[in-house]
Design a protein around this ligand. Structure first.
Ligand code: GTP
Ligand code: MG
Length: 147
């Protein structure tokens, strides 16, 4: 069982899509083990996007993610990292398939609604960064029907 870090970005929160995005992950069978609405401190934004530090759009990325609250969460399930990425669709909403979150709701690459960890290493790093308080372990009766 894997955990992944997912967040509804400021555009998704402003557009009222927190519930819609969360619904899709829940319906797929992923379990919410942590969640919070928060303003993102600049230092956290810079650490989160550290891999893009040298990219020309780094400044834009940091100012966008700190511009308005995000809804951050940790989701758990079989292959949670790749499953979440599949539901999200391609990075550029102009190329993401209908039926995916970005394909259905996004229009530009900068405002693409949602973030999800891209590897087990990223997931561990991002969960530690965003949820240093830890996650919640619990059983759901439905787990037996998903295994
Ligand atoms: P995340 O889940 O948000 O990390 O998206 P990703 O893994 O699909 O893409 P990547 O990590 O390569 O890029 C991180 C984020 O930077 C993307 O989600 C985009 O919002 C943004 N981004 C990527 N390329 C560009 C770009 O060329 N211009 C702008 N403005 N933003 C970009
Ligand atoms: Mg990424």
């Amino acid at each position: 069982v894997e955990k992944t870090f997912v967040m509804v970005k400021p555009d998704g929160v402003q557009r009222g899509l927190i519930g819609e995005v969360l619904r899709r992950f829940e319906q797929k069978g992923l379990k919410v083990v942590a969640a919070k609405l928060m303003n993102v401190p600049k230092s956290l934004a810079e650490q989160h996007y550290a891999e893009h530090r040298e990219r020309p759009f780094f400044g834009e990325l940091v100012s966008f993610i700190t511009s308005s609250p995000v809804f951050a969460m940790v989701l758990e399930g079989e292959s949670a990292i790749s499953v979440a990425r599949t539901l999200m669709g391609k990075t550029n909403p102009a190329e993401s398939a209908p039926g995916t979150i970005r394909g259905d709701f996004g229009l530009t690459i900068g405002m693409n609604i949602v973030h999800g960890s891209d590897s087990p290493e990223s997931a561990a790093r991002e969960i530690g960064l965003w949820f240093s308080e830890g996650t919640v372990a619990y059983d759901k009766a439905v787990d037996v029907w998903l295994a």
